[in-house]
Design a protein around this ligand. Structure first.
Ligand SMILES: [Zn+2]
Length: 427
């Protein structure tokens, strides 16, 4: 279905384009030298054993990729830059890049928002319009799970359902690449059809921290010494005054932590504390490995090529790559989660006893491995009015207001949409 849809979109746009070219008298290919796209044409203009069964080789696919297909690349770091190069060399010319210098979802919004005409409009609406009206495929080369989930939620919010049936033309495919040191993954998501980011949230484990007893009394690694200074010494000594929290981007802060970590390391005869490592630990930097980025970017760009040309079946749907020790890779089909809070269209049940407190719900929303929210804000409807459940009441039991079956709407940075839950009282 999706492939025929893409073919149709493509055909329509090629027709539009050809008409436009006739009007402009522009051949559109002046910057190409002869045979520039020969390597691509070999895949698109003749048939082969791995082709999509419904694909008919023609010159249209290349035309579509060169002139019409618009791709949004999110992230221009190690992975993103590699991706951009691969896409450009594969024949994609309409590439829009959104980069975030710091990991912050509000930044993602700002990038979309930077247009005077949009002032005063809801951020999520502007972002939705921007994506929906422009792009055929979205590629994420991000190092932030929150930003990835936000993008996932955005694409889900663009889906159109008619009588509960998904309109396939509202689907914008998401190709997601991620790397962490020597490990990486590439996945293909058709929002509303295949497993989304939140369906497989358990695959992203919460940050691993060193046990506190190791940090406090039995350090063995240079990292333990740096963590000791970061977690225990800084709050105790407050070297830059009260209320000044440790800033990983402030060289004076890092210098202080570095010196104290050296002292701590000397005490336990531990070597290896460096300024660079100190900054890495404080800022939680996992070293980027160029070869991992290259492999994952290549896999992602290949998927973009397959989907845009509709000449090959896309990855189904998750590829894991690991070159920590030798080289290991496999693919599997991540399955949709029936009650996924992002893509299931059904409010998930929250089971609590009537004497539970709002704080317990908040804890659950942030600590559950399948939700991993960051700073949830809950609203509900009471007596026909929308009510925000304020922090002041978090320690009061539900029976003072909330009822069994009550719907709770939760807003969080991990998604542009509010997520609905249904409160179910357990006895
Ligand atoms: Zn999902």
């Amino acid at each position: 279905l999706l492939f025929s849809l893409f073919r149709e979109k493509k055909r329509r746009r090629v027709v539009e384009l050809t008409e436009k070219m006739l009007v402009d008298g522009d051949t559109g290919s002046t910057s190409d030298w002869d045979d520039r796209w020969n390597h691509i044409k070999k895949f698109l203009e003749r048939s082969g054993p791995f082709m999509h069964p419904d694909f008919e080789p023609s010159t249209e696919s290349l035309q579509f990729m060169l002139e019409t297909c618009k791709i949004l690349v999110i992230g221009a770091g190690g992975l993103g830059c590699e991706l951009l190069k691969n896409l450009a060399l594969s024949g994609f010319r309409n590439i829009h890049v959104v980069d975030m210098d710091t990991i912050d979802v509000s930044n993602l919004n700002r990038q979309f928002l930077f247009r005077a005409k949009d002032v005063g409009r809801p951020k999520a609406d502007v972002a939705a319009d921007f994506i929906n009206s422009q792009f055929h495929i979205i590629v994420c080369g991000l190092d932030s799970i929150v930003a990835r989930r936000w993008m996932n939620g955005m694409l889900l919010s663009l889906l159109v359902y008619e009588d509960g049936v998904l309109d396939p033309s509202s689907i914008i495919p998401l190709i997601d690449g991620g790397t962490e040191g020597f490990k990486g993954n590439a996945r293909v998501i058709f929002p509303g059809m295949t497993a989304c980011i939140d369906c497989t949230l358990e695959l992203y484990p919460p940050q691993i921290n060193f046990p506190m007893c190791t940090i406090a009394s039995m350090p063995r690694l240079p990292e333990h010494c740096i963590e000791y200074v970061r977690i225990l010494l800084w709050p105790k000594e407050m070297p830059f005054g009260d209320d000044v929290s440790l800033d990983g981007d402030d060289p004076e802060h890092i210098q202080w932590v570095y010196q104290k970590s050296l002292e701590r390391a000397a005490e336990f005869s531990i070597t290896g504390v460096t300024y660079r490592l100190t900054q890495g630990v404080v800022k939680r930097i996992i070293p980027a490995v160029a070869s991992t980025n290259a492999a994952i970017a290549a896999a992602c760009a290949t998927e973009v090529f397959k989907i845009a040309s509709s000449a090959y079946l896309p990855l189904n749907n998750y590829m894991v790559f690991n070159d920590v020790d030798g080289l290991y890779t496999y693919t599997f089909e991540a399955e949709r989660k029936e009650n996924c809070s992002a893509c299931s269209q059904v409010p998930s049940d929250l089971h609590f006893s009537p004497s539970s407190k709002l704080q317990e719900v908040l804890d659950y929303l942030t600590e559950s491995t399948s939700l991993q929210m960051k700073s949830p804000a809950i609203t509900t409807t009471m007596d026909g009015k929308n009510k925000t459940l304020y922090l002041q009441v978090i320690n009061l039991p539900f029976k003072l207001g909330l009822a069994d079956g009550q719907e709770l709407a939760v807003a969080d940075v991990t998604t542009p949409q509010t997520v609905l839950f249904k409160l179910c009282f357990t006895s």
